[in-house]
Design a protein. Sequence first.
Length: 289
Amino acid sequence: MTIFCSHCHRPLQAEMSCLPARAKQAPSAPRPFRSTKSASKARRDQINAELQALRSLLPISAQEKERLSYLHTMALVCLRLRGAQLFPPGLAPPTGPALGTELLSLLPGFLLVLSADSKLVYISENVAQVLGLSVVELLAQGDTVFDILDGRVGEDVHKKLLLAQEEPGREVTFVSEMRTSKAFRLQHGGNRVVAVCGRFVALRWPPSPSTTAFLALCTPLVQSPTDGEAASQDDVFQSMHLLDMTFIDVTESVTYHLGYHREELVGQSWYSLLHPEDAELAAAQHRAV
């Protein structure tokens, strides 16, 4: 088979070509390999050093600091920053730690402070007595009040908070299950039902979302035996109803909680004891049951 040149159309051998031979390029020197491991390690060391510095500034004991993970450290720092924005150092009067601990021990529940956008700003240390979780462990659940509540009531709680925000000083109450420790759930069979009662307060004038806070007391509805030295028969009361929620029987311990005698309640509607603002939610739950 004869091979012709595509330029001059002359017959060529397989090894020949009429085109000028290209000078062979010298192989380029390989680029030196640059590892990024040292740079990544330097960045991690820098981040760790900054987190250690933040951890050292937290006003908690050295033993608690040692147990803090990076997530817990950042959660506590964010909580403190939100608190400093709402409560500047010169705004609140100084209180000694011994006095604060003594006052907290007298409360029937724990204190909760929220910002206007429902972010957690403050949780009193005695929350561990109610939920079995420390402040640090509770913050690991999230940074809003909805992260520590049962998700099924999120919409109703949101409406209550909006109502309270529109009318500062107006007291609102909502009841929900709050997340508890695994040990608490194993011992008591679930999370804890807590009544949250509070109101929005303007901390500075003129009031604005950045200067108002929701101050609330969170009280467990049913005291567990571990809350006191011994459980009392008056801790709870039980009632029986018709389908329309009319009382047909109730235990005598209702007097301890509501001030009514058993005979006064039998024949009355359960709805007559509710606050008007809670009637719609109660009716929805009644229909669901």
